[in-house]
Ligand binder design. Structure first.
Ligand SMILES: [Zn+2]
Length: 92
């Protein structure tokens, strides 16, 4: 049990740390096939309110930001394609 910290949500000391393995990707089925960012953080779990807290290391934040840029650029492309199809402005 982690006796030095308290839950940041409810203030309970009834928390403990765990060592999860996480593969993070953007939500949505289309993003399942994109590269995942792997994390092995310390996860603090509150047994009173259920809140779980972890900190993403800086190098992993950069990877997530790069992944986010890729997803956003693809969304723009998909939106543009949809608009072109609806307006019939892209056919030659
Ligand atoms: Zn709590």
């Amino acid at each position: 049990m982690n006796t030095l910290q308290k839950c940041k949500s409810c203030g309970s000391a009834n928390i403990d740390s765990f060592g999860p393995e996480m593969a993070i990707h953007h939500a949505g089925r289309a993003n399942l096939s994109k590269p995942h960012v792997w994390l092995f953080p310390e996860l603090l779990v509150c047994f009173d309110c259920g809140v779980a807290l972890l900190t993403v290391p800086e190098d992993k934040l950069r990877q997530l930001a790069e992944s986010r840029e890729l997803v956003l650029s693809e969304l723009t492309t998909a939106e543009e394609k949809e608009r072109c199809a609806l307006e019939d402005t892209c056919r030659r």
